[in-house]
Ligand binder design. Structure first.
Ligand code: GLA
Length: 379
């Protein structure tokens, strides 16, 4: 498909084709920017990128999904508000060059089936795909962690979204049939096998994450404030990762009601991730599901990043047979829920949730039955 599109656009075959996946986070939400733990999986929805080098320093990029094209010079890479989709590619190109990797111009086409603005990290997939594209095209020797950091830098400093490292990490380093347990402080990780009799089912609320960015920034600041105020009690920590639930209890007087709630979410969520990884490795999916449910309650009540639509989807899921656990996933304020569902119950689950969501709110939920997939690859 992508090669065909390249041929139609540029009249010749691409030299390099890459793809990078979207992701769903199983547990560990709003912990990555607190140096904490996360457990995402890459999903079988991808951004594809096909291209070939040019003799000059111009990049001509064509977006299938936006039916739009841009051209820019590698000698002066600027943000483009009118073609915002191209900023991920621009950012990655700019920071590779800034790191001394001289690029040539290129003709390229990109597109894919990661739903946009759904909290499934289509932007991280574009950034990672673009980085891996340049890596292959220019035969750069790049460490995988460098690729992750560069892609995130493009998002933080060029696109201007202050996200943590989870999305780019999993899009780059996911593994088929596995989740990825990542320590966001030192970036050590390991892949944890997922059982085949259980499916990851994603329900898209259809609500764009309108508040997401401003509220995300508020949460980020609140976490930093909580760390600073805990410092006044003699609890000298650099991040909420270093605080355990007992310590938070002892120091609670130092925090306002809101900051205590925010901190409590992060501190308990980190504990949940650690337990979730343990029980997943032991094959105890019932307990894993309970931890997902507790994560949702904590995000809803303490971190306050859920929404009516997400709560309705989760509560519907909790009532269905064969559901081990359900929670909102990603930044919140819209986007998707993630559900762990026994394989033989998936069809009935999807029907019931679609119907219930329509009845409760008059809205349509798209449902994706996902396969945990490999991170970015060159094809
Ligand atoms: C967004 C960010 C991630 C992470 C999640 C919340 O997806 O991009 O870095 O913070 O929200 O867990």
């Amino acid at each position: 498909m992508i090669e065909e599109s390249f041929r139609r656009t540029f009249g010749t075959s691409p030299e390099v084709v890459v793809r990078a996946p979207g992701r769903v986070n199983l547990i560990g939400e709003h912990t990555d920017y607190n140096d904490g733990f996360v457990l995402p999986a890459a999903i079988d929805r991808y951004i594809w990128l096909a291209g070939r080098p040019r003799a000059d320093r111009n990049v001509r990029a064509h977006s299938i999904d936006f039916q739009d094209a841009v051209e820019f010079s590698l000698d002066s890479i600027q943000r483009d508000e009118r073609h915002a989709w191209s900023n991920y590619l621009r950012g990655v190109s700019k920071f590779l060059e800034a790191d001394g990797h001289r690029l040539s111009g290129a003709d390229l086409v990109l597109g894919g089936d990661v739903p946009r603005e759904a909290g499934l990290s289509s932007s991280a997939a574009v950034e990672v795909a673009a980085t891996v594209f340049w890596q292959r095209l220019m035969k750069l020797e790049l460490d995988p962690i460098y690729v992750v950091k560069l892609a995130r830098k493009a998002e933080n400093e060029f696109v201007g979204v202050p996200c943590g490292i989870m999305d780019q990490f999993i899009s780059s380093l996911g593994r088929q049939d596995h989740a990825l347990f990542l320590d966001c402080r030192d970036l050590t990780y390991r892949h944890v096998p997922l059982r085949q009799d259980v499916k990851i089912v994603v329900c898209n609320s259809g609500v764009k994450r309108a508040l997401a960015q401003s509220e995300y920034e508020v949460r980020l600041k609140q976490c930093r404030q909580a760390v600073a105020q805990l410092g006044t009690t003699g609890l000298a920590v650099k991040s909420l990762r270093e605080v355990d639930p007992q310590e938070l209890e002892v120091a609670r007087e130092a925090l306002s009601v809101i900051l205590l709630r925010r901190a409590r979410h992060v501190v308990t969520e980190n504990q949940r991730v650690l337990e979730a990884v343990k029980v997943l490795e032991e094959g105890d999916l019932e307990r894993f599901g309970e931890l997902m449910n507790a994560s949702h309650e904590s995000l809803r009540d303490d971190y306050e990043v859920s929404s009516k639509e997400l709560d309705v989807l989760v509560e519907l899921a909790w009532k269905q047979p064969g559901v081990l656990g359900a929670r909102m996933t990603g930044a919140g304020f819209g986007g998707c829920t993630v559900n762990l569902v026994r394989k033989d119950a998936v069809d009935a689950f999807a029907d019931a949730v679609r119907k219930g969501y329509q009845e409760a709110l008059g809205l349509h939920a798209e449902i994706y039955v996902c396969q945990a997939s490999d991170g970015a690859i060159v094809l």
